[in-house]
Design a protein around this ligand. Sequence first.
Ligand SMILES: Nc1ncnc2c1ncn2[C@@H]1O[C@H](COP(=O)(O)OP(=O)(O)OP(=O)(O)O)[C@@H](O)[C@H]1O
Length: 256
Amino acid sequence: MSAEQHGLRTSELSVRYGGLVANDRVELRVEPGEIVGLIGPNGAGKTTFVDAVTGFTTAEGEVFLGGQRIDGLPPHQRRRRGLSRTWQAGELFGNLTVAQNIEVAVAHGGFGAIVRDLFGRRRASLGETVTAALRTVGLDGIEDTVTRDLSLGQQKLVGVARALAGNGQVVLLDEPAAGLDSQESLEFAERVRGIARGGPGVLLIDHDMSLVLGVCDRIYVMEFGKVIFTGTPAQARTDSRVIAAYLGVPMESAHA
Ligand SMILES: Nc1ncnc2c1ncn2[C@@H]1O[C@H](COP(=O)(O)OP(=O)(O)OP(=O)(O)O)[C@@H](O)[C@H]1O
């Protein structure tokens, strides 16, 4: 089976908002177990890409998940097939418990790969699914805590657990580390590594360059809707197009 049969792949994905081409024939792939970064200046089209892939905005082009075309499907069916996301603004209900927040996102029998690893081959109960999702982000034991009582860092991780809990294949994290301090960001990077080790591919969008360059296997850089660079973090640090897109700011200190 070719590598194309796994993970997420887009082909010629374009999004237009009136006269603005917000995504311009984007070719991107995320393999299982791989952490891929998507970076670029404000307004480059990163969130638009996540919206297009997950079905929340109209796009032209093709989206494949596990080798199957999914671009004709509505968002909930893409999620059921194993594609999930977090939202930039967070999407948790502060007055619900952590478990309740995750339960509302769990589609029938989702979270397959990780739960099967942890609990054997039988279908997991809702409670097991919640516990497994929290364990993956290092937050086991807080199921009954009311979400607004958590720190911001913990809330971000609950958002990630919630995305994972409906998911088996690829998770798209849209600025998951925004608002975290540098220590929390380091811990978060460890958690992302743990998630990818568990099987799912991860697409990480963030303005924290030390997080993205430190944790990702490969990086895509987007500018004005186009992918202008693909390569390893080490290659990104010295690529003239990437440096120019960040206005000459050294990559290590380029925070938006
Ligand atoms: N619903 C919309 N209608 C019209 N234009 C939009 C819409 N959503 C985004 N845009 C425009 O598309 C372009 C890409 O926006 P997008 O939010 O995808 O960028 P981004 O790279 O995620 O930015 P940031 O880093 O600030 O989150 C911007 O020019 C933005 O103003």
